[in-house]
Design a protein around this ligand. Sequence first.
Ligand SMILES: C[S@@+](CC[C@H](N)C(=O)[O-])C[C@H]1O[C@@H](n2cnc3c(N)ncnc32)[C@H](O)[C@@H]1O
Length: 506
Amino acid sequence: MPRETVIARNAGRNGGCLSQLQSELFDRGGPVHEPDPEAEAFTLATTAQARRAQGVTFTPPWLVERMLQRAAALGEFDTVVDAGAGSGRFSLAAAARFPRAQVLAVEANEVLAAGLRAKLHRLGLAQRVEVLTGDYRALSLPLRGRTLFVGNPPYVRHHDIAEDWKRWYGQGMAALGIAASQLAGLHAHFMLRSRQLMRPGDVLCIVTAAEWLDNGYGSALRHLWTADGAHGLRRLWLAAADEPVFPDALVSAVVVECGGVPDDRVGLGRIVARGFAPTRELARAELRAAPRWSALCQPGMGAPASGIELGELFRVTRGQVTGMNEAWILPADAPAALHALGVPAVTRAREIIDGTVLEADARARLRQVIDLPVDLEGLAHEQRAAADEWVAHARRLGADRSYVARQRKAWYAVGMREPPAAFVSYMGRRPPVFRPNPQRVSYLNIAHGLYPRLPLGTAALRRILDHLNRQTGIYSGRVYGGGLAKFEPGDVARLRLPDTAWSGVA
Ligand SMILES: C[S@@+](CC[C@H](N)C(=O)[O-])C[C@H]1O[C@@H](n2cnc3c(N)ncnc32)[C@H](O)[C@@H]1O
């Protein structure tokens, strides 16, 4: 384990006063209405960027309350661990809700830890809630009796995590028999640390970024929480896309509840209207086998797989990246000789969404992307002159220096894709849109192209695309905070087509 962190404990010894706290918090309808000057002061004194780098996001009090209600339904606790305690929202609410428990508030940021200590003294709770300053992954905690792990672990992406901590994570997961990716963020490290500290009967209830439900590094966490019944996942609620829990965060939130009494069933649901709405129950083994979980939290989705995957019928390919669209996309008034070196291409997602690609005059309406060969020697005299002029102009813009351009055989030769049979838009606050490509145009990386693996007639293609437009919801992709959905080519390839949509095609 990396460097052991010094534990600084709060020195307050003036005794926890539950009745005072209860009257301060609950008399006004629960901690939801409690002001939080420490969080407000910290937010004013720091930039959003600095807070993001340290993973500081304050949990809305209504969610703190809902989560503690859930935990309380699972019995009493002797110890409550609030890892990444911030201004102490979970710690204070837990002290009020579990009068017998000792609360351990772990916080790495010394300013927040000091603010929390001062607040505890003010409330007469310094003995009930102990503040431990340090790194949750390194601290050894004085755990006593049945423990609840509650809170909102910091979300810090792997780019900002030190190599030795990545190694710690890999080794810790390996000790549990799980292969882990180096791309996991700090919230994943916190989950591992909590799992290491949990004993049978302990409960974990946390809110965290939801991307691990579906992505590559999340596979280790999905295994971690479905490996055994004693520490296993009990319930999971994903924030509805149109109701983000953390409005300023770039990711969706999920509340995870694990441990307690062993149970083979897992309840999945959504966070809707500030409450938890169940969607379905699955056997743990069934959930463990599912490659992606967020779709399973949606009503009406996650039905048993039937039919075939789209990827069996089509190759799904990203559009081409120029490295500098400003240089490669020709202005309408470019000389005709230069237009002769371009190909009409979809360069904006809206040309797919609004149906421009379907129009008879699409080739004239779409913009042209210059598509020079590697060897300019073979060009006819007039084209060669136009190409040389464009190359000089693009150089002046710095187009030859972009990372992408430098990876090419000749920096100017983009290599536009062959026209695909159909396009799919892949990013937006809406489901993807599928369109055929009757005018046979090319495309940049604002869309994916679908290339049939088998001969496919126009009517059959339309039938498949119509079905996809009707049936594909945003949860078949990756949904980020505020309902922004992204579909990687693999997500599109995994969309399922029922037999009625494709039979007779081959
Ligand atoms: C998402 S915030 C949650 C704050 C608070 N629990 C709440 O829900 O309002 C995560 C907290 O973890 C703290 N933190 C970041 N890295 C940490 C680490 N390695 N060990 C302990 N705390 C850490 C941050 O300073 C931040 O206060």
